[in-house]
Structures are given as C-alpha cells and as structure tokens.
Design a protein around this ligand. Structure first.
Ligand code: DX5
Ligand code: ZN
Length: 223
C-alpha cells in the first residue's frame, strides 16, 4: 500500500514533539524532513541539531531531504542526527554515485531527488544505487505550493522508466499533494506521498484519516 510522509516543514515548530507524537499515534511511520541551504533552494528551514533533538521523540522513520548544494558535505551530519533515509538532488551533486555510496556507508538508505524540469532518464546509470526516487512536484523550497500539472505525466513516465530498467525503488512525490490529487498520484505509480500543508493545516488527525481512506480504497482496488 502507498504510504504518507508528513513534511515537518509545515508543522508548528513551537510544539514539534507534540505534533510528532500526534501523527505517529494516527498511524504514520515516516516523517519527511527538509534541510535547505538558501542556495540550492531560495529558503532556509532547519538543521541537524533540530533533527537530533527530535530523534528521541518518535520511532517514525526520518526521511531527510537534503535540498543543498554539494550534499556530500552533510551526509555524516545527517546520519549522526538520526536520519534513516537520506535523499540528495541529482542537480546538486557533481559525482552522484560517490554521494550515494557515502550515504550507504553510514548505514542509511539512499534516495535521489529530481526537480520538476529534470528527466528521470538522467538517472539511467545510477538508479540501481537508490532505494527511492523523489520527484519534486513543485519547485523546491517552500510548503503550500500548487502541484505542477505536467508532473502527473512525469510520474507515469518515471514509473515506466523504472520498470524498463528492471528496478523497483520507492517512488516518492513531494509538493502540492492534496486529498484531491492523491488518488491519481498513486494510480500513476507513487508509493510515498509527502504531505506538508494538507496534513498540518487544520485538524491534523482528521486530515491523516482522509488520506488514509484514499490509500486504503486504492489498495482494495488493486487487490
Ligand atoms: C518543498 C518541500 C516539501 C514541502 C511540501 O520544497 O520539499 O517537503 O514541505 O509541502 P506541501 O505538501 O505543503 O507542498
Ligand atoms: Zn521535501
């Protein structure tokens, strides 16, 4: 079944522990954490001391999305802070296979992210080294943006590309995912939906329940 990964970027930072416990008790097992450098993306979010501080608050997997240039500088810090999965941008790495190997050496799972304008074909020679491919469905850097329409086609094409390559990493989508478009995203091949504002704005537990209902329905259709 496809899964949800709420994005901490939209959480209430003054009560992070409470919010993490709330989403975990609603059945969430993965939290998405964006780290930004103000250079690869035009924003700054949170850093490794914060990740380290919240690590003991929850058993959820930490899905750390490094939206930074030359992420090899921060792999050890991310792992030491408690990351389980570290995803780097193809566009941010001069030597992507080396960075993926570096992530795996820390014991973390390695993911590759692609900006909206980057083709999945660019991963032809490295895709087998990743356990997940993250497709940005908005321009990275901010929560609460609108899903870019052309991305539905890209999700399908990426799924087909992965199948043609004979590998099956998780396909994660990030940005602009809502109750309205979640079903189509899964039907097109997504395994993990990163959801920021549509989880943390309003009634968090009710929002999660609505997404879970969609995921369960789709699971029943598949079976
Ligand atoms: C955007 C970040 C996302 C963001 C998603 O650049 O990578 O993880 O938090 O937020 P929503 O779901 O609000 O688009
Ligand atoms: Zn992200």
């Amino acid at each position: 079944m496809a899964d949800l990964a709420p994005s901490i970027l939209s959480a209430d930072f003054k009560c992070l522990e409470k919010q993490l416990k709330l989403i975990e008790s609603a059945g969430i097992n993965r939290i998405h954490i964006d780290v930004m450098d103000g250079e690869f993306v035009p924003n700054i979010s949170l850093g490794f001391p914060v990740i380290k501080a919240i690590r003991p608050c929850t058993n959820m997997e930490f899905d750390v999305h490094l939206m930074v240039k030359n992420p090899e500088r921060f792999i050890i810090s991310a792992a030491n802070a408690g990351a389980d999965i570290i995803t780097v941008h193809q566009e941010a790495c001069s030597h992507l296979p080396r960075v993926l190997a570096q992530i795996k050496e820390t014991g973390c799972k390695a993911g590759i992210a692609l900006n909206p304008a980057t083709s999945p074909e660019t991963l032809k020679y490295v895709v087998r080294d990743a356990c997940q491919i993250l497709l940005m469905t908005v321009n990275p850097g901010f929560g609460g943006q609108i899903f870019i329409n052309g991305m539905m086609k890209k999700i399908k094409e990426c799924k087909a590309f992965l199948q043609a390559m004979g590998c099956n990493p998780y396909l994660e989508l990030d940005g602009g995912i809502t109750i309205e478009n979640a079903l189509e995203c899964i039907q097109n091949g997504a395994n993990i939906l990163v959801t920021g504002s549509s989880i943390f704005n309003g009634d968090i537990q009710n929002n999660i329940k609505q997404f879970q209902t969609i995921l369960e329905q789709e699971e029943q259709n598949i079976c």
